[in-house]
Design a protein around this ligand. Structure first.
Ligand code: ZN
Length: 176
């Protein structure tokens, strides 16, 4: 057995499945289902899911929370030899944090053409004028993460429509 990390499709898939498990936890808590894990030398040193609602914190994205965990685990803000697996393409905030932490490679599932900052609407992971760039592996197990997000937003829309039906129209007659 070699000590060197194995970077192949199988291990990428394995770790993305771990990220998907985190996303499922978010789903069960009525959070937008996004999960992330951070891996160093084949070992997970950070894992988190989106907790914006629970923590009432718009910065509590899965990537941000897992970066904090990984920095604690490393006792260092530099995550130089670490890879981040996330079920959805990182937003600009998370992409900025990823570059600050010097993550080596970002592997993501669902692409986000509107808000994604890893090649979607922009690419903040590889800004030519910055001295750190992260490698990008897009679209891994994309169907799984996309299906979960679709199902979540569909259920949210249905719940919102049901709530509207329950509310009496304004100015409506009151019986009594
Ligand atoms: Zn984000």
């Amino acid at each position: 057995m070699s000590d060197s990390p194995i970077i192949d499709l199988n291990s990428d898939e394995h770790f993305m499945r771990q990220a998907l498990r985190e996303a499922e936890k978010a789903y069960r808590k009525d959070e937008v289902p996004v999960g992330a894990v951070i891996v160093k030398d084949g070992r997970i040193i950070g894992r988190a899911f989106n907790q914006v609602e629970e923590l009432r914190d718009a910065t509590a994205h899965a990537e941000m929370l897992s970066l904090t965990q990984a920095q604690d685990a490393m006792d260092d803000w530099r995550l130089t030899d670490c890879d981040l697996y996330v079920t959805k393409e990182p937003c600009p905030m998370c992409a900025g944090a990823i570059v600050h932490c010097r993550i080596r490679r970002v592997i993501f599932g669902c692409r986000d053409a509107k808000g994604g900052a890893a090649g979607g609407f922009t690419n903040l992971l590889q800004v030519p004028t910055l001295n750190h760039h992260s490698d990008i592996t897009p679209g891994l197990l994309e169907d799984e993460s996309k299906a979960m997000l679709k199902s979540f937003f569909l259920a949210a829309r249905e719940a919102s429509a049901a709530r509207k039906k329950l509310v009496a129209p304004e100015g409506g007659e009151e019986q009594g």
